[in-house]
Design a protein around this ligand. Sequence first.
Ligand SMILES: [Zn+2]
Length: 292
Amino acid sequence: MSWLNIRGKMYHCLKCSEIVKVEYKGGACLTQIGDNRLYEQTALTKRYGQPTANPNTEGYYLHNEIICEPCFKKRYMKSGQHDVAMNMEALCNRLSGIKDKYAENVGRATEAAFNNWLENISHGNLREISTSAFDKTIGLKIFKLRNKRKDLVGQFVSSAKDSIIASILNQINSDPCLRDATRQYASEAQPIVDSIRKLLTNLKGKFFHKGEIFRVHRINLPENLNDYVLYEMTTRTPATSTPDITVFYQTNMRKKDITEFLNSCDSSNQVEMDEDKLIGKLKKRLEALASI
Ligand SMILES: [Zn+2]
């Protein structure tokens, strides 16, 4: 079940001998940290030991390897890493929030734009998408026969699928309501995208090749100790007497990951289409389309 009887946490600076010990409110108590953290803590306990004689009953201290603030400032202030650590996570979270906030709006506008296109589709439009596929299927006289239509529509869609998708995208992207929805998103997201890009630009080259992007953490704040779930049994709060100290964690995050995230936040990438769903709707509509 991946529970551990936890009473506190010890932060070990990797660059100096500084150790900061934090006691959790409520003392030793079972906390669900997840299997991965349990393995990690078992290994770290081998390295650092436990301060209590009998941690199973008295409670374990989690070990965290960090860089303390004085060491971090000494090493990373000039390279732009300090600014990144202090701001990047909050900015990325804000951007994610904006993306989520507008996703529903943009999704609704996308669907409306598609339905509008579908409603107004004509034989002429279909022929423009792919003349050769059209002439061999929907354009045939036998398309008038109800029992032939389903097959012919199927053939048309499968042989012209790429052009159909491209045409749908083209049409819905020029829909005024959808444009409005993405423009609203962009106006809110763009300033944050710009701030993140500025942080990345100011990073000195040799650091991002190593992928050294750090996260900041204040040791007196409540913390979710589980990577996968979040509820009261995974979260612990440091005792009120805990000093307000900032520490830095190295992350696996690389400049490339942030750039990819920024690309996914670009306003041109907010229109998402479920192609299979759209194609399904299109087929139904074509089967019902009045014959020539
Ligand atoms: Zn240090």
